[in-house]
Design a protein around this ligand. Structure first.
Ligand code: PMV
Length: 323
């Protein structure tokens, strides 16, 4: 009753921000993302009658397992078991810094736990389960470029592949400016979104925005695509900054990099940024511009570490266990 899964984190081009159901994590809008091949979580789950309670170790540190236990309870219900589990998880990147470790973490936990219990579920069913633990985790289940259709209830809100990972050669440079943990959890941000006076306007435009982004993705029109991704990140931060109370996840280093991206574009280097709930920033370029961007970043003192990503497969079971 042991299984291990690897799941990628993902970067959203159209963001999930705000929910209509906080318990089931049904989003107020659909979102679009890309899985990231170098930002991933590996998780091994073992169910055994020897355990009196669930335990969770992340990156060699024993941590509070209550959110994982809530998720395992959903999964245990499906097989009518009460067996407790030992969970060991490793991230390839710093967690709680705005790089969506909860997406990769809960996607990997969902697949590892359902496999360990012998459940044979469809991609849709696994995505639905993962969504209930962390919304964006449902986008880390299918391969490549992914859409999470908001749906209207538990059964209709899940993700599917728009295009496989080899569809478009684009790179997501994850720029770590600091590994400090965020002070306000993303969940609190989702709830605050409704207090922003500009949130209604965002929602009235979001379906059309998604349709246009999908068109640029289909045409592989990088400049239009990139501009829209950047505008969407700014829209997310506008909502955060006008929420009551306001939320600001950005650091001075983040803002300096946002400015630098603009100046690089003026020099005809097509590079665009996106942001989530953290100080670290994603820069998007086409594969052919990877070297140019690497060079530019080499002289930027705000940069602590760079993780370069391509589009990746979704969650998968592997045979190498962590214990
Ligand atoms: O899945 P959560 O609750 O961690 O929310 C993710 C929110 C954003 O990262 C800001 C946007 C997104 O769609 O990933």
């Amino acid at each position: 009753m042991k299984a291990t899964a690897i799941a990628p984190s993902n970067v959203a081009f159209i963001k999930y921000w705000g929910r209509v159901d906080d318990v089931l994590r049904i989003p107020i809008n659909s979102s679009i993302s890309m899985n990231l091949n170098n930002l991933y979580t590996t998780t091994t789950v073992l169910f055994s009658p020897e355990f009196l309670e669930d335990s969770l170790t992340i990156d060699n540190e024993s941590v509070d397992s209550s959110r994982a236990t809530d998720h395992l309870n959903r999964i245990r219900k499906l097989t009518h078991t009460n067996l407790k589990a030992k969970i060991v998880s490793k991230n390839s990147f710093p967690k709680s810094t705005g790089l969506s470790s909860s997406a990769s973490g809960f996607a990997a936990l969902t697949l590892a736990a359902t496999t360990a219990l012998g459940l044979s579920l469809s991609e849709k069913e696994i995505s639905i389960l993962a969504r209930q633990a962390s919304g964006s985790a449902c986008r880390s289940i299918p391969d490549g470029f992914v859409e999470w259709r908001k749906g209207e209830d538990n059964e209709s809100s899940f993700s599917h592949t728009l295009y496989k990972e080899d569809y478009w050669d684009i790179r997501d440079f994850v720029i770590i400016v600091s590994t400090n943990k965020k002070k306000v959890p993303t969940s609190a941000g989702h709830s605050l979104s409704f207090s922003s006076p500009v949130f209604k306007k965002r929602l009235s435009e979001i379906d059309e925005k998604s349709a246009i982004l999908k068109k640029y993705l289909k045409e592989k029109n990088f400049q239009r695509f990139g501009q829209m991704v950047e505008d969407e990140a700014l829209s997310l931060h506008e909502i955060m900054q006008t929420s009551v109370p306001p939320l600001d996840y950005l650091y001075p280093q983040t803002r300096l990099l946002m400015e630098k991206v603009k100046t690089w574009r003026q020099k005809n280097i097509p590079v665009y940024f996106t942001l989530n709930t953290g100080q670290n920033i994603h820069l998007i370029v086409e594969g052919k511009n990877e070297k140019v961007l690497k060079k530019l970043l080499g002289s930027a003192e705000e940069v602590k570490e760079v993780i370069i990503n391509m589009s990746a497969k979704g969650a998968r079971v592997v045979q190498n266990h962590l214990f």
